[in-house]
Design a protein around this ligand. Sequence first.
Ligand code: ACO
Length: 428
Amino acid sequence: MSETACFLLDGNEIELPLIRGSEGETAVDISTLRSKTGAITLDIGYKNTGATTSAITFLDGEKGILRHRGYSIEELANNSCFLEVAYLLIFGELPNKQQYEQFETEVRRHTLVNEDMQNIFKAWPTKSHPMGQLTAMISSLSSFYPECLDPNQSKEDQKLTMIRLVAKMPTISAMLYKKSIGHPVVYPNNSLDYVSNFLNMTFKHITEDYEIDPIVVEAMNKLLILHADHEQNCSTSTVRMVGSSNANLYSCISAGIAALWGPLHGGANQQVIEMLERIKSDGGDATKYINKAKDKDDSFRLMGFGHRVYKNHDPRATIIKKSCDDILNKLGVNDPVFDIAKKLEETALADSYFIERKLFPNVDFYSGIIYRAIGFPIEMFTVLFALGRLPGWVAQWREMRDQNQPIGRPRQIYTGYAPRAFVPMANR
Ligand code: ACO
């Protein structure tokens, strides 16, 4: 017998179906509520609203669990490479050797971007933020592959669009960096693996050899895996929302990148380092800044702290903190802001304000320190997040399309004026 929940409104009782997830989560299916009662639910910020069912990622914020397609984030981060995790997210299973090689070959075939895209770069001021450029570049791919505009594309053509995105994102990201320092672009070298290719395009100086450090490749693979998907977060929900209107995939991803840019979401990784630098130049007093974060009259927030869903610990932050220690040691980098970050974390975690509100370091708290040790400027940090999140966005978009979900269109409760007569301008 199917399970139901009872809903009582103005003396009328109706039954609504219960939906149970495979990990025991419960949802009340309210899709018939309005037609049965005239009422809607109101949940500003979607703090308590499931927008979809999904088989991609499981997250338990109370226990600090994150799994993709059933595999724990710890196991994936320690044993897999980014491209393999991308395959897992998008296609649903870990690839066997032959499937992986085929996927890698397909991705390699599409790493080049149309030469005309470089003309777009030329129009931007050198100092424009790479995230703004990235949204435009990804969106502009729809002009180079206009067949993607057909919402009834065959599955094969859809797959080609997904492959193109995975293949071209590192090329475009590296081009952004080269543009920011005024250097000529380095073309893809398809004899390299995905991450090495990206590092080579980013850091190789056109006139010199560049030695790819396996420690950096390993660190980048791990960081990208840790960002690869995070179920219905702000940018992913944006990708799904835009995609629900049958907009092409490039536009959906571009919209996701725009959502990610915000400092409350992926943009926090840039803000964290800026905050740590500010604390350092102000004498390194962690307690002073913890007090500022607690002060409701002060707009300062501890960036890289707190999460909508994690109320215990963010498992990604735990892995990144450990990696940060390892990588800084291996690369022989001594970054004083790492000590400030650890001190801030220690002070915050012992403070009742942070304990009561269940505020812990999130994925962004330590990632920037590693990016910086590798050599990325801080403006590139959120681009790196986008590079990591891309397979998640693509997988979520594909799932939504495969489930043939309807256009996303929330309702509202109107709180404006009741009807009133128009007043001519002369009488206002
Ligand atoms: N510093 C100080 N106080 C905080 C912080 C913080 N970083 N985060 C939350 N709080 C406080 C709030 O002031 C609020 O206090 P109150 O109950 O006294 O009003 C309480 O904790 C709950 O915070 P909300 O903002 O209501 O929580 P919400 O779930 O809406 O926001 C968010 C989550 C946006 C991540 C928030 O914690 C934040 O702004 N963190 C800093 C930015 C950041 O690191 N973002 C990256 C998130 S991870 C990601 O997107 C990849």
